[in-house]
Design a protein around this ligand. Structure first.
Ligand SMILES: *Cc1c(COP(=O)(O)O)cnc(C)c1O
Length: 498
């Protein structure tokens, strides 16, 4: 028998209450469990071999299965001692926003319905936050990777158009000039992916040298652009970063904007992680020049605590976005029917997606729940904890901290005074520390490569974290360091150690 599709109101309420209880139990019990534990091999086997059952089952059976097989094995973010990568816990209101958005289930391609206005407002609020003018346009997308692809497609269209080449009609087939993309050596790899997808090829990505603080050297950028322009190449864009993923470094955005303006090249700023920190007094001067960029990417699903996924692409001259993507010829555009069925110009004319989710609801509710000052306090909390961590580690003889420490990221290495510093021994030691810490369950950090060396990396985008959690991290890495240095085998998974 086919199960009923529609649920009576009582059933919606009964299941809803069970789900809310499940969420409440999950959130409140998280801090007592390990930050991370891998999916057990036997369970992983089953996931990969089970086939789709022919018959449906009751929702209660499903919720039991969720509690047993899914909820106990999270990614790790959401725990007060998770400091891996740039992944935050969700703002609680965002969790419920997801359910409400799904209940409405609109396509936000366009049309005259509330979700369109919610997204327009989110775009305008964040555009205003970064200092963009009212002519800016933007879209919520899956994340900064898609935001970068979208922005760089607009940049490519504009750059080719200025040379009289219609890249939408002709692609890159037969184009004689070489298209180039410039990014800092510390810029995120998603820009290389975008260059590949956009037909530039990864060989067309120029890595601009960094200074000692791992920021783009604007002089080196200028020299590269000058050489490439005089060789007849076509620079598509320069990508600068406000808050690199490795160390939280902020590229000298004002100097880079000067270079781009002088050379007539599109500037895209990757503010995936650090962009929102423009509201922090102490960061404003460094980050605010992103208002001069032609496009900006920001991830509300990172430091703004909206549940995944929520990325934002902003383009300062909104019409350039429409020119790069719209399939509606100008004479058919519906801009005159703002209060009719069609509503405002459709989002689908400004980007890649047609059917688009109601991502904006969780971002809008999160923005409204905290307000600008609330966010400021949340960022300040994370930055203060990062400084606390750096200070704790600097004070110890058995750790080295990467300087300068940036935003809410701390890179560090276990380096006891008697360590064997030959070759890659310290790198190997820290690789062992990383695995010990990650599987130990007390705290979670990630790693990176800086100046050719292996470093541990803590990124604190976590309002649930408190100083004692950071202290517990220090104890856990120090203990892991001693274990790794002595090459003693680690205790079995899940077992807590002192
Ligand atoms: C996370 C991140 C990206 C990639 O963004 P996604 O949302 O994962 O697609 C790019 N740049 C920086 C600086 C990031 O932190």
């Amino acid at each position: 028998m086919t199960p009923a599709f529609a649920w009576p109101a009582d059933e919606v309420r009964r299941v809803g209450h069970r789900v809310v209880d499940t969420i409440a139990e999950y959130l409140t019990s998280l801090p007592d469990g390990p930050v991370f534990r891998p999916v057990p091999p036997a369970s992983a086997e089953r996931w990969q071999s089970d086939t789709l059952p022919a018959e449906g089952v009751s929702v209660d059976v499903l919720l039991d299965a969720l509690a047993r097989d899914v909820l106990p094995f999270p990614f790790g973010n959401g725990h007060p001692r998770f400091y891996g990568w740039v992944n935050s816990p969700p703002a609680p209101i965002g969790i419920f926003a997801e359910a409400i958005a799904a209940a409405m289930n609109p396509s936000v391609a366009g049309g005259n319905h509330a979700a369109v206005y919610v997204e327009r407002q989110v775009v305008r609020w964040i555009a205003t936050m970064v200092g963009y003018p009212p002519s800016a346009m933007g879209l919520l997308v899956s994340g900064t990777s898609t935001a970068a692809l979208t922005a760089l497609a607009v940049a490519r269209h504009a750059a080719c158009g200025r040379r009289g080449w219609d890249v939408r009609a002709r692609g890159l087939q037969g184009l004689e000039q070489r298209l180039l993309l410039y990014k800092g050596a510390e810029g995120h790899a998603c820009h290389q992916k975008a260059a590949e997808v956009l037909g530039l090829g990864s060989a067309a990505v120029r890595n601009v040298p960094s200074d000692d603080a791992l920021r783009i050297d604007p002089g080196a950028l200028d020299a590269m652009l000058e050489a490439d322009l005089s060789a007849g190449h076509l620079p598509v864009a320069v990508v600068a970063t406000a808050g690199t993923v490795n160390t939280g470094a902020i590229d000298p955005l004002a100097a880079i904007a000067d270079v781009c303006e002088r050379r007539g090249v599109w500037l895209h700023v990757d503010g995936a992680y650090g962009g929102p920190a423009v509201v922090l007094e102490e960061c404003r001067d460094l980050i605010a020049p992103l208002a001069r960029a032609d496009s900006v990417a920001i991830d509300p699903h990172k430091w703004m605590y909206a549940p995944v996924d929520a990325g934002l692409v902003l383009v300062r001259g909104g019409e350039a976005m429409r020119d790069a993507f719209s399939l509606v010829p100008p004479y058919l555009r519906t801009d005159g029917d703002v209060h009719g069925v069609q509503g405002l110009p459709w989002f689908s004319e400004y980007g890649i997606e047609q059917t688009r989710p109601f991502r904006a609801l969780k971002v809008w509710l999160t923005l409204r729940a905290f307000g600008r000052d609330g966010f400021r306090a949340l960022f300040a909390h994370d930055v203060a904890l990062a400084r606390h961590l750096a200070a704790r580690l600097r004070a110890r003889p058995d750790f080295e901290v990467w300087e300068p420490q940036g935003l809410s990221i701390v890179c560090f290495r276990y380096l006891p005074p008697d360590a064997d510093c030959a070759g890659g021994a310290v790198d190997d030691l820290n690789r062992a520390v990383l695995s010990e810490v990650q599987l130990g369950g007390t705290a979670f950090v990630s790693s990176t490569t800086l100046a050719g060396r292996f470093w541990l990396r803590a990124c604190i985008v976590n309002p649930l974290a408190a100083e004692q959690d950071i202290d517990a991290l220090v104890d856990a890495v120090a203990a892991a360091g001693r274990v790794a240095a002595g090459a003693r085998p680690r205790a079995p998974l899940g077992e807590r150690r002192d």
